[in-house]
Design a protein around this ligand. Structure first.
Ligand SMILES: C[S@@+](CC[C@H](N)C(=O)[O-])C[C@H]1O[C@@H](n2cnc3c(N)ncnc32)[C@H](O)[C@@H]1O
Length: 223
């Protein structure tokens, strides 16, 4: 009992500490850097959009973009007629820019959630959980397992994870990251999800450099 309590307190402290450190970093980024000054900006969504299309969801599906930043998948989802959207980000500045730039007409279709994904609590069950370049910032086993628990609890149909590949950069936005291949992502998420597809993507940054991502699309296993 004591050990259980001590372990959960330890986990809660890790999450709180991470929230503090990460949040400050991301608030600074979105306060001081434009879209052209950050590596992850994509002019055209590539694999993330094609994997989403592959899922063939109805327009009333519940979709979440985890670590949406100031754009993420939201514009694409709104333009393709989806109406029950959640944008989650640890940065209030990112979400403010997202709502200012994209959502004036569509705010009623979007729920904005400012939180660390590891601390996110919701009764919602999402039909599509999208994460491009967020999971890879989790570098400890405890953080990775917590994320898997979050997904297992709230992602009820499809899960799309995009991270730097084994040939990708070792850091993102100056922070340490974990690189993956499809086998490792399947090992992590395969308890409750089966792999549908995986693809590498050579992302062209706004600075003219290339970063290799790996994307995996998973579907919840039938019970
Ligand atoms: C590299 S950017 C990617 C943004 C967007 N997904 C895209 O592909 O354009 C990472 C984003 O995730 C957010 N983020 C980082 N760690 C997070 C966490 N633990 N929980 C929620 N958001 C996080 C950052 O604020 C930032 O907007």
């Amino acid at each position: 009992m004591f050990y259980k309590l001590a372990f959960s307190t330890f986990n809660a402290l890790i999450a709180l500490q991470m929230d503090g450190v990460n949040k400050k970093h991301w608030e600074q980024i979105y306060a001081h850097k434009s879209s052209n000054e950050v590596s992850w900006t994509q002019l055209n969504l590539g694999v993330a959009a094609s994997f989403f299309n592959q899922a063939e969801l109805a327009s009333d599906a519940k979709l979440i973009d985890v670590g949406s930043g100031r754009k993420g998948m939201l514009e694409f989802w709104l333009n393709t007629g989806f109406q029950q959207l959640t944008a989650l980000d640890v940065s209030a500045n990112a979400l403010k820019q997202l709502s200012d730039e994209l959502l004036e007409q569509d705010l009623d279709k979007v729920t904005l959630v400012e939180t660390d994904v590891l601390n996110f609590t919701s009764d919602a069950s999402f039909d599509y959980w999208n994460d491009r370049a967020v999971f890879h910032f989790l570098t400890t086993e405890a953080e990775k397992q917590k994320y898997v628990e979050q997904v297992n609890r709230m992602a009820h149909n499809y899960l799309c994870i995009g991270t730097f590949s084994k040939a990708g950069p070792r850091k993102c936005s100056g922070l340490e990251i974990s690189q993956y291949n499809p086998e490792e992502l399947t090992e992590l998420f395969g308890g409750q999800f089966e792999l549908v597809d995986s693809k590498l993507e050579a992302h062209q940054t706004p600075f003219g450099t290339e970063q290799e991502f790996v994307f995996c699309l998973f579907k919840r296993k039938e019970l």
